[in-house]
Structure formats: C-alpha cells, structure tokens
Design a protein around this ligand. Sequence first.
Ligand SMILES: *Cc1c(COP(=O)(O)O)cnc(C)c1O
Length: 385
Amino acid sequence: MGKLFDLEAEGYFYTRLQNPTNDYVAAKIAEMEGGTAAMLTSSGQAANFMALFNICECGSHIVASASIYGGTFNLISVTMAKMGVEVTFLSPDCSDDELDAAFKENTRAVFGESIANPALTVFDIERFAKAAHAHGVPLIVDNTFPTPVNCNPIKWGADIVTHSTTKYMDGHVAAVGGAIVDSGNFDWMAHADKFPGLCTPDESYHGIIYAEKFGQAGAFITKCTSQLMRDFGCIQSPQNAFLLNLGLESLHVRMPKHVENGLAVAEFLEQHPKVKKVNYPGLKSDPYYERLKKYMPNGGCGVVSFEIEGGRKGAEEFMKKLKLAAIETHVADARTCCLNPATSTHRQMTEEQLLEAGIPAGLVRISCGLEDKRDLIADLEQALG
Ligand SMILES: *Cc1c(COP(=O)(O)O)cnc(C)c1O
C-alpha cells in the first residue's frame, strides 16, 4: 500500500485514481490516437478543463480558436477567468501576424477543435502546432467530431488530444464521458520555467518531479491523474467506460457511414431551392474543403448545418414536419437528430444578437446518423415541402 501511495509500484487501490476497466479503454484510445498515455474523465467538459488546468494556473494565459464548442468557450472565458487564467480568442483563419501577436510571456497552451461544433470550421492543426512550439507551449486539440478514425491530430503536431466520448465514440447516447491523450512529444523539461507543475517537486506527492520520474511519455497523464483526478474527482464511472468500449468496437465501421450520409444530405440540401446556404467541409463549395482533404482525406463527420428560407419560422415549420430526424440538443449519434439554435440553445438571443454570433435564425444543424441515406433525404424532402 505504501508503495502504491508513493507511485513506486503500479496497481489499483482506489477507483477515483485508477481502475482496470478505465485503464483498458484509455489505453485503446491512446493507441487509436497514436499517443503514449491516456485517461478517461466523467465528461468532455472535464477532459478539456483538466487538460488545460494540468499546465495552467492563476496568472497563465491561453491562446484559443474562437470557433469552438459553446461549453468550452464558457469554461475558458468565464469559469477559468475566475481562476485567474486569461484567454485570447482568435479566428481559426487569422493571419500569421495575428497568431504570433496573440502569444504572451505567460501563455501556457494553444487550444482548438479539429472540426468545430457547431460551426464546422476545420482547424489548421499543423500551422497552430508550429506557432505553439515556436513559443514553447503545447497544442491541445479537441478531436471529438472526426474521432481518431478520421483524424489524427498528433500526426500533425498536436501534443495533447481531448474528446467528448459522449458523441461518436460512444455513439448510442449510452454514457457521458471524456478522454485526454498525451502524444508524449512535448519536452516539458526544455521549458521547465513555464511548467513548474511538471518540472518541480509536487509537495502533495512526496516531492515527485513528474517530468523526471515519468519522462516525456508519462508525465502529463500521471500528473493529471494523481493530482487533478485525486482532487477534482471527475472520474468516468467504470460502467460508462464499459459502454464506451462497446462503442469503440464499431467506431471504424460507423464513421465512414456517418461521412457518407453527411455528404449525401449536404449535396441534397445544396441544390434545394428552399435552402440558402449549406455548411459541410466535405462539399467542394465549402471554404474548408481543401483543409479537410489535407487533414481528413476520408472525410470528417456526419454533422451538417444549413440555413433555411423563412428564418426562425421557416426552421420551426420544417422541423415540425420531420418524421425520422429527432429534435435534440445531442449530436453525433447513431440516430439522426437536428436542432435549430435560434429556438433552442440560443433561444434567449434577439435576431440582432444571433446575427452577430454568426447564427442566422434559420440555421438548422442536422447530425446524420446511420440510417439509409435515401430515407434521410426523403424525410428532409417532405419536410422542406
Ligand atoms: C459535446 C462536446 C464537448 C463537451 O462534452 P460533454 O461530454 O458534453 O461534456 C466538448 N467538445 C466538443 C467538440 C463537443 O462536441
């Protein structure tokens, strides 16, 4: 027992810190991403928070893409701000000068989403990785939407990869969860002044220096587990990890089908007279098409968004008529689901505020499931009228 507490021996002694089911599933995700170590968290929110907080503290600064999931945007801009962590948000399409100028003395991480939820912008991973490394900090990429089946951020220079496993990885709305993967590529000791948590003794763990004792391959996840998981306790329940593992077993079969359905639906919508605009990086007309081809040659995901004629009312009427697609806030599931942000998640905003946020009132997000694409298109066709 003493050896386990001193991190001198490996073994299981308390589920909040480690348990065999979670370790089995985390190791599988690490391998899929090409990383050296991984851990599971209770949700995607917990994964992003812990990945950032493992290297940031009061007085640190983060450079983040502005095109990210709303929950992560709030986490960084509101809640982490209260902890004294500052952020600079940048357009994922900013100029090199703007990117360079965003870094400060106290910058500790760069953050972006490989395919952003819900904007569906594609992140230029290689470019942001180079900028991060030039400033001596790691790049963290949330790879939830494409999953490691379609995108491997580590291959393009990302140092840490995070997931909301709640989405495609689970794939059946069975369990909320998250994951953090370390590439093992970032040399913490070479930037020891920036990362005292990894490179100086942890007094709460008998003076262990994580980067020394566990090396580049293990330091990040060991510290995150033995310090942050110990203290915050947002562990994934082993039962949820078991369910997640069932989802992972079929992920490589499901993702190509989601992409096939997403593309078929996007192509159908693009030529429909009642549709003003379609966002889907797999479409040749999409501004992110070339970038998608580079990072995700087999396609990204099955989520499509489009603007319907008639604004809020047009979207409401269209969605009422849907028979197959369910109206849900959830996304990236085996079953097709859709959402009109203006009448749901962004309901409190005025028309002007919606436009400012880049969310037209008639925008509909449709997450294409695993049904036959002809059924999906037939449902959309009858609902568009
Ligand atoms: C859903 C989502 C999250 C948050 O994950 P939860 O499991 O809901 O906490 C984070 N990032 C992205 C890209 C997401 O889609």
